[in-house]
Write a protein that binds this ligand. Structure first.
Ligand SMILES: O=P(O)(O)O[C@H]1O[C@H](CO)[C@@H](O)[C@H]1O
Ligand SMILES: Nc1nc2[nH]cnc2c(=O)[nH]1
Length: 284
């Protein structure tokens, strides 16, 4: 889609959201598969169904509800995207990353991405939360393909530090307070929807990937292009193909997400409260 048209659509979507949420929070979270219940932890909730937002796609995957939820965690404002869009659903990368363009319009400055993933590294069993330090974009395209919108960002955005060092440090500090052993790793993004073969997982391990999924990376690229700071937390919901010999099912992925929601929720809340405190002190 031409960038001007895309920007107009994002602007219309943002205006519609602002009609219900006049002062949107500056920190947003995108919830991965099975992590939707995290939105229920917010106080003072205002819910805008994606269906009510112009140009917003609809999630078609189980475990992705399709609501924008604004509220607070321990007094700190937070905007939650309860459900995301994936390339394998048939959406173009413009559509997959549309919420990121909208949140930029809404004035969001910090994006926290969450995702369900398969654990490639043998030291990352199901239930581990991994703070991403980098990624491999193996989706076969790039969400910034096409004419560049110079008003949003550069033609050739730097990707040396996609996942903010500052936010990662903050996440590790908050994890320590919770007694949570937060791991660090590289996310490989494949197009899906089939899970990987054991041979593909062996290849990904050689390439340096620690976890694998079918999302997150297009969103992170668009967010960095637009100047947002990004933190990404990947939950290992299953051993990647061939690692344990167990078959992988999306129902199990969603169940593992639900089980880990209190822990990943507590971690996100700790980070959001710290960001809010920094914001109040004018240091963010
Ligand atoms: O990345 P999220 O949306 O958490 O979902 C992950 O889980 C699904 C597969 O079970 C895929 O969509 C994969 O990307
Ligand atoms: N590609 C991929 N995505 C996932 N999402 C949750 N588990 C997996 C997995 O093993 N592979």
């Amino acid at each position: 889609m031409p960038p001007i048209e895309l920007d107009e659509r994002a602007s219309e979507a943002a205006l519609a959201i602002q009609a219900t949420i006049p002062k949107p929070p500056k920190v947003a979270v995108v919830l991965g598969s099975g992590l939707g219940a995290l939105a229920n932890r917010l106080a003072d909730r205002t819910i805008v169904p994606y269906a009510k937002i112009p140009h917003f796609p609809r999630p078609t995957v189980e475990g992705h509800e399709g609501n924008l939820v604004s509220g607070t965690v321990a007094g700190a404002p937070l905007l939650v995207f309860q459900g995301r869009f994936h390339y394998y659903e048939g959406y173009g990368l413009d559509e997959v990353t549309f919420p990121i363009r909208v949140m930029k319009r809404l004035g969001v400055r910090t994006l926290i991405l969450t995702a369900a993933t398969g654990g490639i590294d043998l030291s990352l069993p199901a239930g581990t939360i991994v703070c991403l330090k980098d990624h491999l974009n193996l989706i076969g395209s790039n969400p910034l393909r096409g004419p560049n919108d110079e008003r949003v960002g550069k033609r050739f955005p730097d990707m040396t530090e996609v996942y903010s060092h500052r936010l990662r440090d903050l996440a590790f500090e908050e994890a320590d307070k919770l007694g949570l052993n937060l791991a660090s790793g590289v996310y490989a993004c494949l197009p899906g929807p089939s899970y990987e073969t054991p041979a593909e997982i062996r290849m990904l391990r050689i390439l340096g990937a620690d976890v694998v999924g079918m999302s997150t990376v297009p969103e992170a690229i668009v967010a960095r292009h637009a100047g947002l700071d990004v933190l990404a937390l990947a939950l290992v919901t299953n051993a990647a193909a061939g690692v344990s010999g167990e078959i992988i099912s999306h129902a199990d992925v969603v169940e593992a997400g639900l089980k880990a929601t209190p822990l990943i929720g507590a971690l996100i809340e700790g980070v959001v409260q710290r960001l809010d405190a920094e914001d109040r002190q004018g240091t963010a």
